[in-house]
Ligand binder design. Sequence first.
Ligand SMILES: Cc1cc2nc3c(=O)[nH]c(=O)nc-3n(C[C@H](O)[C@H](O)[C@H](O)COP(=O)(O)OP(=O)(O)OC[C@H]3O[C@@H](n4cnc5c(N)ncnc54)[C@H](O)[C@@H]3O)c2cc1C
Length: 411
Amino acid sequence: MAAAVTLAQQGVNVTVYEAGKTLGGRARRVQHNDLALDNGQHLLLGAYTETLRLVELVAPDANVWIRQPLTLRTLGGMHLRAPRLPAPFNTLIALLTATGLSTAERYAALRFMLVQQLKRFTLLTDCSVSSLLKQHNQPVTLVDKLWSPLCIAALNTPPVTASAQVFLNVLRDSLVRRRADSDMILPSRDLSALFPEPAAAYVRARGGQIFSECAVSNIVTETNGFSLNRQHYSHVICAVGPHQTARLLSDLPQLGALRETLAQLRYQPIATVYLQYPPSVKLAENMLGLSGEFAQWVFDRSITHAQHGLLAVVISAEGRYRSLSHAELVGQVDQELRAALGTLPAPLWHQVIVEKRATFSCDVGVKRPSQFTPQPDFYLAGDYTDSDYPATLEAATRSGVKCAHFILEHT
Ligand SMILES: Cc1cc2nc3c(=O)[nH]c(=O)nc-3n(C[C@H](O)[C@H](O)[C@H](O)COP(=O)(O)OP(=O)(O)OC[C@H]3O[C@@H](n4cnc5c(N)ncnc54)[C@H](O)[C@@H]3O)c2cc1C
């Protein structure tokens, strides 16, 4: 949709085919009776400049999110809040004044950030996040309280395999450039209504077409372009998920090596456990860290979406929770919430959504394909394509915008 909006803005007649009923892919609305849930809680950062720009382009007057300075609070643990000061002082002071960290832990975190800044957040050779933290003598307790949750939240990959360079890219872009980059942005409408639906309206208003429930089954080259869904197109931007891409390339013989690259990607899940408590249940913040065995973060949908009493618990990356049934997982998460929040009434209903391939696993040495392929006029967009960023809305958006700009500049 980022590519489609960028092309439509310049007067190009675009057509979008979407296999699903609801626009949004891995960031979409999931209907629960008359309640609009999401397939997962999405947190954006101020550094997501392209995503934020495009949301504002297609929905300029809408109040679509809650924006606040970086705040990390773990129940019974750490509390860190960035003051409104220029970067990097805002994050350095946030670390220095964090509660729930010992003085030694605070200085270790500060030292780590200052050393990375001196090295411009660049490694000569990539390594895992765990080994980078070990090289910099980060105390195990600090890793558990701060770095590991940040790594899992940002890369959706456990620190033992996660790419330290991508982790440093995220720290660089969100913490030390501009103050606003570290802002946390929580959507206050469902994810389909946040961007893809207003984007579709924007594209249609400029003569483009959006077809949902309309999968592309194959793509064939023909003179001056491609044939797909019995129509001729001069260019194709293939923006399906990485595990869905290879099948669509099978009639494009020049892309054999690309299919092999895609086959090597590993994936990480994300589970979201929605628990509807009576409307009086409310958290002190819209998002809190948890230190139970499974539950990692809890989001209060009453603050963001006026869905009173609805808590959404997020569990990112692979873990033992995958061996539990949904009923067992709900029971476990409910217990962990009780341990963290104190007495809670019984939940009225629950819904579990597990995205098995939420993101590619952002491991050391992962090979991400370029947006530009050996097949002329055929491009790839998506969070898995070459980027400084892990699999995020911003990586997906930037790749789409990049493909669109290339097409606009070369036709
Ligand atoms: C639970 C969860 C939580 C997340 N949390 C965050 C977060 O907090 N912050 C963040 O930045 N990112 C987060 N992400 C990641 C983010 O959602 C993804 O990086 C982003 O949505 C990927 O977008 P994409 O366009 O690359 O791919 P997708 O969203 O996967 O889009 C691909 C689209 O192609 C369609 N498609 C597939 N095959 C075909 C076909 N043959 N024909 C037509 N259409 C087809 C699919 O239906 C889909 O709509 C999260 C992801 C999940 C699942």
